[in-house]
Design a binder for this molecule. Structure first.
Ligand code: HEC
Ligand code: HEC
Length: 346
């Protein structure tokens, strides 16, 4: 075959190779950046910076992405292929200029009873007695009033426990987290002390208090059918809200750039409302709530003419934020939601 006729084949082959390798940067932007920030500075999620990446094995990162942090906001990414997960790790490695570190997976043999006493003295203020974190919330805090800039991670969480080997935990405790206020314990504790602490961290992992499970099929939103047509339903909901002393918000009401997902579709409308005390109370507890502000009823008309009312399931959303104060407030709001829907569809 003359060489010129081969050229298209070569290109086709190259194109196929490029296509076959998932783009880690694009995947990171799509799957992770919303919580960890494009730069890796952290936000709702913890920082993903050079210092920690020096200590993390690729195996830890792989398992963390796959397992997530059950019960916390970090999702388990089960739908990605192994090569996609590896592409994200490769992208993060390149960006942090770090190489994966390997740890011998053999467990250490620390003394958990001694570790318990050390933990009570040195760690409990930040990680809490149950190892679930003394800070309210997750990730990097945005509010000035918080005691922590970076919320201490939940070290008893089953996702962390399964992803991290004993030796990696020993390393993290020894070098600390300069950037987020966790001291380097290797300077003041002996190697034995640190291994005893690792043993106790494992005990915490085995004792995680089980929160009452939400049913596996608990949906992130509730859907109700309206007996009225679209226009009447919208009018009813607004009337009910106003009658209950709620303020209905114009489309843009928060400076935090809430995306307006209800734009042009005239058969779908999102009504945002709140009682100002409730709203400010919530934003005070968790400023990032602006992003998923729960005071919202979506009304939509399906092609078959049925009119549906969709409200967020606050029980699901509150779990994501790991914040009991919000859970309490939202329990109360859920009652309000139910009353409004009932009145509007009566
Ligand atoms: C919805 C928000 C969210 C998304 C999306 C998310 N994370 Fe996370 N991530 C978190 C939170 C919150 C934590 C801290 C968990 C905790 O509270 O203990 C975390 C923790 C982590 C950790 C552990 C950090 C540490 O210091 O041990 C890694 C690694 C991580 N995320 C990587 C990723 C990657 C890679 C993606 C994308 C594939 C991703 N995350 C997507 C919220 C998120
Ligand atoms: C001043 C608060 C503070 C103290 C005291 C502290 N930590 Fe931490 N710790 C943190 C913070 C904050 C993080 C998360 C840092 C980050 O991801 O940037 C963390 C992370 C960790 C991690 C890694 C968890 C993960 O998901 O990456 C382990 C393990 C850990 N701490 C164990 C300990 C132990 C054991 C002690 C006691 C010897 C201790 N810490 C004391 C604040 C603290």
């Amino acid at each position: 075959m003359p060489f010129r006729r081969l050229i298209p084949w070569v290109f086709a082959l190259l194109a196929q190779c490029a296509w076959a390798t998932p783009d880690g940067r694009a995947l990171y932007i799509q799957k992770c950046a919303a919580c960890h920030e494009f730069s890796g500075a952290g936000g709702i999620g913890l920082p993903l910076n050079e210092q920690k990446f020096r200590d993390y094995s690729d195996d830890y990162l792989f398992k963390t992405i796959r397992l997530g942090r059950p019960g916390r906001i970090m999702p388990a990414f089960e739908e990605m292929s192994d090569s996609q997960v590896r592409a994200i790790i490769a992208f993060l490695r390149e960006r942090t200029h770090t190489k994966g570190r390997d740890y011998d997976p053999a467990p250490l043999k620390g003394d958990a009873a001694r570790g318990k006493a050390l933990y009570a003295r040195h760690c409990v203020a930040c990680h809490a007695a149950d190892g679930m974190g003394a800070g309210k919330g997750t990730g990097v805090t945005l509010s000035r009033k918080r005691a922590f800039m970076v919320m201490p991670a939940a070290i008893a969480n089953p996702g962390f426990q399964k992803a991290a080997t004993d030796r990696m935990i020993r390393q993290i405790i020894s070098v600390g987290r300069e950037s987020s206020g966790m001291p380097a314990w290797g300077r003041q504790l002996s190697q034995k002390d640190i291994e005893d602490l690792v043993a106790y961290v494992r005990v915490l992992g085995s004792q995680v208090p089980k929160r009452p499970e939400l049913a596996a099929d608990e949906p992130p939103s509730h859907v109700y059918e309206s007996p009225y047509d679209f226009k009447t339903t919208v009018a009813n909901v607004k009337e009910t809200l106003v009658g209950n002393n709620f303020r209905i918000f114009p489309d843009r009401y928060l400076e935090q750039g809430v995306a307006d997902e209800f734009e042009v579709n005239t058969h779908q409308i999102g009504i945002r409302f709140c009682n100002f005390n409730e709203l400010y109370g919530m934003l005070n507890i968790e400023p990032r709530l602006g992003v998923v502000l729960p005071c919202r009823i979506t009304i939509l008309e399906r092609p078959d003419g049925k009119v549906l009312l969709v409200v967020p399931n606050l029980r699901v959303i509150s779990r994501w934020f790991n914040n009991d104060q919000l859970v309490d407030l939202w329990d109360h709001m859920e009652e309000t939601f139910n009353e409004i829907i009932e009145e509007a569809t009566l």
